[in-house]
Design a binder for this molecule. Structure first.
Ligand SMILES: *Cc1c(COP(=O)(O)O)cnc(C)c1O
Length: 222
């Protein structure tokens, strides 16, 4: 199936649930991205700052202005390059990183929207704050003037059967409800970013309102 057909099929499932789609374009060419944007994609997700930096001018030169989401781990020393371009950074997982984003955003006169990444399943191989650290960290982020916390993100462990990771999504939803209940000043809690190609329907059933889909749109990556 073509990129446009994939997008149409996925969008049909998302619209009824009012779920935002971020097309994950990592390792895919600018021409595939242009195809996706022509087919109605409004937000693209990149994993690495370097790749975002290299694609951004080409997309802009084509006259297109999608939202740019940075979904991969962000190193403190890449913040200076990421903040000018990113509309939403999904991967904030430490106070140190949040403080650095705040500094850079202040210099640019920008307020940087971010999500707090939580390592719900406590996998060693994954980034993200521990679940017990998440709310204290959210409070800390909410005190930064040039950062705006907009919600939570997680990457579930990979599983052939997405049902096995349903508890992970349930747990993040619970945390999201708690975070909402705190009514922290200077935040705009509205995104629960969970679900990828393999598990997004389960994530939506558990309350996701933003899904990040790569393979389901573009086919497998190199
Ligand atoms: C690659 C990636 C995705 C998309 O994964 P697919 O299985 O290709 O849909 C989503 N989120 C993050 C953080 C990723 O790195």
């Amino acid at each position: 199936m073509s990129i446009a057909q994939n997008i149409a099929e996925i969008t049909a499932k998302l619209v009824a649930n009012k779920v935002k789609l971020v097309a994950v374009t990592k390792n895919h060419s600018v021409s595939s991205m242009l195809e996706a944007l022509a087919a109605g994609i409004t937000a693209v997700g990149e994993n690495r700052v370097q790749e975002m930096l290299s694609k951004y001018p080409e997309i802009k030169a084509a006259g297109l202005t999608p939202e740019w989401h940075l979904i991969g781990h962000l190193q403190t020393n890449k913040v200076r390059q990421a903040v000018p371009l990113a509309d939403l950074i999904h991967s904030v997982d430490s106070e140190q990183l949040a403080v650095e984003i705040d500094k850079v955003a202040a210099k640019l006169g920008k307020r940087q929207d971010v999500l707090l990444q939580v390592n719900v399943a406590d996998e060693e191989s994954k980034f993200g704050a521990e679940i017990g650290q998440a709310l204290p960290l959210a409070k800390c982020i909410s005190q930064l003037e040039h950062v705006r916390l907009c919600g939570l993100m997680t990457i579930a462990p990979y599983s052939e059967n997405p049902e096995t990771v349903r508890p992970v999504f349930k747990e993040l939803y619970q945390l999201y409800a708690e975070l909402n209940g705190l009514h922290l000043a200077n935040t705009d809690i509205k995104w629960l970013s969970m679900g990828m190609t393999n598990d997004y329907m389960v994530a939506i059933e558990e309350g996701a309102n933003l899904v990040r889909i790569g393979t389901g749109i573009f086919g497998s990556r190199q």
